[in-house]
Design a protein around this ligand. Structure first.
Ligand code: IPM
Ligand code: MN
Length: 393
């Protein structure tokens, strides 16, 4: 019996509903394999802040850092919930963990499953073909344009005075203005680019041509940070001669990923560019309800659906739990590789197959995929498919 301790941070809005489905998957694995999951639910987020005056209970950050093997986060963000200085209430949780635990890689797989319709012009159509959209996006997660807020959030999570960058002068600007410095370091870039090449080695290449490729997406024609990002990418790439190098500017990349997603295998980019590009990427896979992610460092990681708290859908049992179920898939794959437990890597694959079977069948889908099934119904159905596969193991 191998026991893993998991912190569950449901957070706000629909995060609370999808966390239940994430836990259902872990319970299903516990019930039918030798892997056990000891889950501890930690209330947190913007709504929790409005109700209690704290983003999460004191000691929660340290608990997540030291006491658990992995973390699941539902979503952070509640309308009108801000800290006194205007920062996002709940930021200590999502951004505090990213910066405080050095979770430098935000891993966002973008894969279109068979049977998933995309919603374009308000209608469900098939523009991109299943099998032709299958890439792994790596967003740098600790610096770039988010740097100041990340540092402030980590300081709050650790009970320290929040960091403020030094005053800068901006010639030609007058009146009220605000700014966010965008520091990019060689060390920060090197570690994420390294991970991108390591992941490329484990994949089968781009769906269009089967070539293993890592695309560096930046704006190095304009910014110094991006010039360092690209220079560092080149340095790391020279250690991986069998993987094709590829470059793009973020603006042009947005066109290419829309028109020819089959070209992309692994994509690496800086923080804010990655935030924006992966929301577009979600469209290629059927929408935010399908987009899973992992925030990964050398020692810790948390896994979360990309969709956020979507307050207008909260409490209605209607959102798609697949982004969360696939985040658990990423969690088990990560845990398995890190601890050399190949059984967990196999179970992660079975979760993927269960989701694929469910979608191919196509009878029970949530509203975002053109159906009217509830979050719990889809979660139960996928757990049931997984159960059958685990029993057959
Ligand atoms: C995401 C979200 C977050 C981000 C917000 C909630 C701070 O949009 O995970 O992509 O911008 O990183
Ligand atoms: Mn985002």
């Amino acid at each position: 019996m191998s026991e893993h301790r998991i912190a569950i941070l449901p957070g706000d809005g629909t995060g609370r509903e999808v966390a239940v489905e994430a836990m259902r998957i872990l319970d299903t694995v516990s019930a039918h394999t030798n892997f056990g999951f000891d889950m501890n639910v930690i209330p947190c987020g913007g709504k929790h802040y409005l109700e209690t005056g704290e983003e999460w209970a004191e000691g929660s950050f340290e608990y997540c850092r030291e006491e658990v093997d992995a973390i699941f986060l539902g979503a952070i963000g509640h309308p009108g919930a801000h800290l006194p200085d205007g920062d996002l209430a709940g930021g200590s949780v999502i951004l505090g963990l990213r910066a405080g635990l050095e979770l430098y890689a935000n891993l966002r797989p973008i894969k279109l499953y068979e049977g998933v319709p995309h919603k374009v012009h308000g209608k469900f159509t098939q523009i991109w073909q299943p099998g032709m959209v299958d890439l792994t996006f790596l967003r740098e997660n600790t610096e770039g344009l988010y740097h100041s807020l990340l540092r402030r959030s980590a300081d709050r999570a650790l009970g320290r005075e929040p960091y403020e960058p030094i005053e800068m002068e901006f010639p030609g600007m007058s009146g009220e203005f605000a700014y966010d410095p965008r520091p990019i370091s060689a060390r920060g870039t090197e570690r994420i680019v390294n991970m991108a090449f390591e992941i490329a080695q484990t994949r089968n290449g781009a769906p269009g041509d089967g070539i293993k490729r890592v695309s560096c997406i930046d704006k190095s024609n304009v910014t110094r940070g991006c010039q360092l990002f690209r220079k560092t990418y080149d340095k790391v790439a020279s250690n991986y001669p069998s993987i094709e190098k590829d470059y793009g500017y973020i603006d042009a990349f947005m066109q290419w990923i829309t028109r020819s997603p089959e070209h992309y295998d692994v994509v690496v980019s800086s923080n804010m560019f990655g935030d924006i590009a992966t929301d577009l990427g979600a469209v290629l896979q059927g929408g935010m309800g399908m987009a899973a992610s992992g925030n990964i460092g050398d020692n810790n990681a948390f896994f979360e659906p990309v969709h956020g708290s979507s307050p207008k859908h909260a409490g209605k049992n209607k959102v798609n739990p697949i982004a969360s179920i696939n985040s658990i898939q990423l969690m088990l794959d990560w845990l398995g590789r890190k601890n050399n437990e190949t059984g967990l890597v196999e179970i992660a694959k079975l979760i993927d197959e269960s989701v694929a079977d469910h979608l191919r069948d196509g009878k029970m889908l949530t509203y975002d995929l053109g159906g009217d099934a509830g979050c719990t119904h889809v979660g139960e159905a996928i757990s049931q498919i997984l159960r059958t596969k685990l029993i057959e193991l």
